[in-house]
Design a protein around this ligand. Structure first.
Ligand code: GRG
Length: 298
C-alpha cells in the first residue's frame, strides 16, 4: 500500500471515530453529570494517534466487514485506552503532568475527578459496545466485546500495569519480566483492536490466529519504539514529558539492551509481525502500520 493511501484511509477512520465519539457524548453522554462529562471528554477529544480504533476499522474492512458495524467497538476501545492514560498519569501511578500535548486530566480537574473520569470512560465504553452487541443477531459484535474485556481487564492491561508498578526500581530486572509487562500493558490493547475488528467481520479461527501473532509482535515493536523515543524523542511531538523512565528506574528495552540493540530488537519484531501476515489477503494497511511504527516520531 502506498504511504498516501495509508494516510487517507487512516484519516477516514479517524474522522469516523471522532465524529461518533462526539455524537455519543451529545446523545447518551448528556445524562452524565456535567463536571464528570467535561473531564471525560477533555481527554477523549485531546487527540492522540487513534491507532487502536483505526486498526479495528481497518481489520474489519480488510476481512470484508463494514466499518460502520465496527464503529461502536472502535469508540469503546478508544474510551478504554483513554481511561488507562488518565489513570496512568495520576500521582499514585506514573505522575505525569502532560498528556497528548495538554495538561493531564488531574492537573485540570483534580485527582478525584480524574479518577472518576477514567472510571466513567471504562464503564461508558462497555455500555456503548454492548448496546451495539444487543442489536447484532449474529453474535459477532459480542465476540469482539468479549475479546476487549479480556485484553483490557484484570488478566490483560491491568495485570501489565500492576507488574510495571511492582517492578519499578527493583534491582533484578530481566527481559522476561519486561516481556510480561509489555505483553499485557501495551500489546494486549493492540491485540484487542486487531482481533475485535476481525470478530466483527466474522473471521474464522485460522485468520484470528495469524492476526494474534501479528498483534503480539506489533505490541512489542510499539513498546520498544516507545522506549527508544523516551530517550531520543521530541517532547513537543510526543505530547508528554520524556526521560522519566530512566529517572524513575523503570525497566525499559533501552535500559536493558542499550539503544543500538533496542533498535535491532525493533527491526526483528517488525519483520516477525510482517511474516505473521503471510497467507492473508489485503494486508496493505497492516503492513504499512508496521513500517510506520518502525520510524515513528510520536
Ligand atoms: C492504568 C490500568 C492502567 C493502565 C495504564 C496505557 C498505560 C497502561 C500506560 C501508559 C504508559 C505507557 C507508555 C504505556 C505503553 C505504551 C502506550 C500504551 C502508550 C500510549 O499509547 P499511544 O502512544 O497514545 O497510542 P495516544 O495518546 O497516541 O493514544
Amino acid at each position: 500500500m502506498e504511504a498516501e493511501s495509508y494516510s487517507r484511509l487512516s484519516e477516514r477512520y479517524r474522522l469516523a471515530v471522532e465524529g461518533e465519539l462526539r455524537s455519543i457524548f451529545e446523545s447518551d453522554g448528556q445524562a452524565v453529570y456535567p463536571a464528570l462529562r467535561e473531564a471525560m471528554f477533555y481527554s477523549l477529544e485531546s487527540g492522540g494517534k487513534r491507532i487502536r480504533p483505526c486498526l479495528v476499522l481497518a481489520v474489519c474492512e480488510m476481512l470484508g466487514g463494514s466499518a460502520e458495524a465496527a464503529l461502536p467497538v472502535a469508540c469503546g476501545l478508544e474510551m478504554i485506552h483513554t481511561y488507562s492514560l488518565i489513570h496512568d498519569d495520576l500521582p499514585c501511578m506514573d505522575d505525569d503532568d502532560m498528556r497528548r500535548g495538554r495538561p493531564s486530566n488531574h492537573k485540570v480537574f483534580g485527582e478525584a475527578m480524574a479518577t472518576l473520569a477514567g472510571d466513567g470512560l471504562l464503564s461508558f465504553a462497555f455500555e456503548t459496545m454492548l448496546a451495539a452487541a444487543l442489536k447484532d443477531r449474529t453474535g459477532a459484535v459480542l465476540r469482539a466485546v468479549n475479546e476487549i474485556a479480556i485484553r483490557a481487564g484484570a488478566r490483560g492491561m491491568v495485570s501489565g500495569q500492576a507488574a510495571d508498578m511492582e517492578y519499578e526500581g527493583m534491582k533484578e530486572q530481566t527481559e522476561e519480566m519486561l516481556g510480561y509487562i509489555h505483553r499485557h500493558k501495551t500489546a494486549d490493547m493492540l491485540e484487542a483492536a486487531v482481533i475485535s475488528g476481525a470478530y466483527v467481520a466474522g473471521a474464522d479461527e485460522a485468520v484470528i490466529e495469524k492476526l494474534r501473532q501479528y498483534s503480539v509482535k506489533m505490541g512489542l515493536l510499539f513498546q520498544i519504539t516507545d522506549d527508544i523515543l523516551d530517550v531520543t524523542g521530541d517532547e513537543k511531538k510526543m505530547g508528554k514529558t520524556l526521560g522519566k523512565d530512566a529517572e524513575s528506574g523503570k525497566l525499559t528495552y533501552v535500559g536493558l539492551l542499550g539503544l543500538e540493540d533496542a533498535r535491532k530488537a525493533a527491526g526483528k519484531a517488525a519483520s516477525e509481525a510482517l511474516s505473521a501476515l503471510e497467507g492473508l489477503e489485503n494486508t496493505g494497511y497492516l503492513s504499512e502500520t508496521i513500517n510506520k511504527m518502525l520510524v515513528r516520531s510520536n
